[in-house]
Design a protein around this ligand. Sequence first.
Ligand code: KG4
Ligand code: ZN
Length: 344
Amino acid sequence: MRVLGIETSCDETGVAVYDTAAGLLAHRLHSQVDLHARYGGVVPELASRDHVRRLVPLIEEVLAEADTPREALDGIAYTEGPGLAGALLVGASVAQGLAFALGKPAIGIHHLEGHLLSPMLATPRPDFPFVALLVSGGHTQFYDVAGVGRYRLLGDTLDDAAGEAFDKTATLLGLPYPGGPALARLAESGRAGGASLPRPMIDSGDLAMSFSGLKTAVMTAVRKLEARGALDAQAKADLAREFESAVVDVLAAKAIAALDDAGRRTLVVAGGVGANLRLRARLVADAARRGAGVHFPDIAFCTDNGAMIALAGALRLHEARAGGGFTVRPRWDLASLPAVEANA
Ligand code: KG4
Ligand code: ZN
């Protein structure tokens, strides 16, 4: 089965072709980072317009690279939500229009399910059941995953997502948007113990997390350093390193606790912050000590992409119904998805 995947939930236009027998055949991503950088964040209307400009040519490029004429597709998957309504509508209407013209099924995919299943694009592919850490700009959650659509929320952040905290802390340190990767780069020149920040809720005894206090602690530290005229490049790097360490410490401790709670031996990490190299190394080391394995998507598939939507689409294409219009869901609860019995 061969599926075209389209992702337009936020500021990246992602397109891919996934084949259930041959794997990922082609994928392309157009990032709008440059378009939004001067505003310090994503401007929804600009995002929608850019998706309109980019999507159809990107689909043509990807189909050519995958050596797949449109007629050879078995279906088209697109991100139905959550995300920016206008951006979602671009992907949904192009996917539905193309599917209608070809007489093929189209299926709307939950963006977080795409992230959650994205480690299945990598080799070796994780087997169900597993615990998933979904750590992105909008979410920091642990799920017990028994199969496709069988997701039980184990723990969540009470306030900011880890990626959001990375982005806001980066802004405090004067780094350009998008902050997460820039902060991680700056942290490389920071000294261990060069600054001191709390590990919020690390001993809370449950899987709840909180990251907004950490950002506030960085703000307080920045103000103190500024008042002393000591906010130089090294001080900023030290703060970046300590911030990254604090997030990594909390996520690693909670990840091990989540594996224990759910009684699983496999951890899967997905979402943009999963691209963080120190987080990856730490999770592998801590899980190994406990006899558990960790699966990550390739770095390119941690952040938003079309491949994860094509993969989830292949697993859910049987649910697609012809005609009857379509919708997008800017807000959508992952736990409300139907379970899938047979896994492709
Ligand atoms: O999954 P994603 O592309 O978008 C959604 O939020 O759905 O995740 C983006 C988030 C941003 O907050 C970004 O700063 C963060 O992932 N991120 C990172 C790194 N790369 C991306 N955070 C820390 N270290 C990184 N290397
Ligand atoms: Zn995402």
